[in-house]
Design a protein around this ligand. Sequence first.
Ligand code: AR6
Length: 173
Amino acid sequence: MESAMKIDALQADITTLEVDAIVNAANQSLMGGGGVDGAIHRAAGKELKEACRALDGCETGDAKLTEGFKLPARYVIHAVGPVWSGGKRDEALKLASCYRRALELADSVDARSIAFPSISTGIYRFPIERAAEIAIQTVKETLPGTSVERVTFCCFSERDLAVYEALLNRSAR
Ligand code: AR6
C-alpha cells in the first residue's frame, strides 16, 4: 500500500464525532451563526462564544483554534470560507486556504484526527462538486508531515456524501 493517509467520508452531525478536532464553517466575526456554526455553538455551550470573542475575528481563508468545551472533540478549528459569487473572486484559492490552515492548526496541537464539514457549500453557496474536489486535493497535499493521521469529511446530506465518495473512490484508483 502506497499511502498511510486515512481519508474517508461519512454522513453525520459533526458535533457528535469523537475526534481530536472538528472544523467549523464560521464567518469573519467568529461569533456564531446558522448552519454547522450554530450547531457547534449550541453543542459546545456558551464558553465557546467567550473563547471566540477573545480571538477578535478571522479573515476569509484563515482559521483559528479554540477548545471544544462540551463537545466530544477536544478542539474546534473555526475556518472562514468564501461566499460564492460566481468563481471570479478567488473563491477556490480561499477555500483551499481554509483546509490548509485548519490542518496547520491541528498540527500545532498535535491532533491525530480531524473532521471537516463541507465548508462554504451551505449558506455561502459554493458548488458542492467543485468544493469537494478542492477539499480532497488540498487535504492530500497538506497532510504529509503533519501530526494528522485520519481525516473525515463529515457530510450532512446523503447527496453530499455521494459526491465525496465518488471523488475519493476515483482518486484511490
Ligand atoms: N454537521 C455537519 N455538517 C453540517 C451540520 C452539522 N451539524 N449542519 C450543517 N452542515 P453552512 P457555509 C453542513 O451553511 O456555507 C453560518 O451562518 C451543511 O449542510 O453551515 O460555510 C456561518 O456563521 C453544508 O453542507 O456553512 C456563516 O455565516 C455545510 O455544513 C455561514 O453560515 C456548510 O454549510 C457559513 O456558510
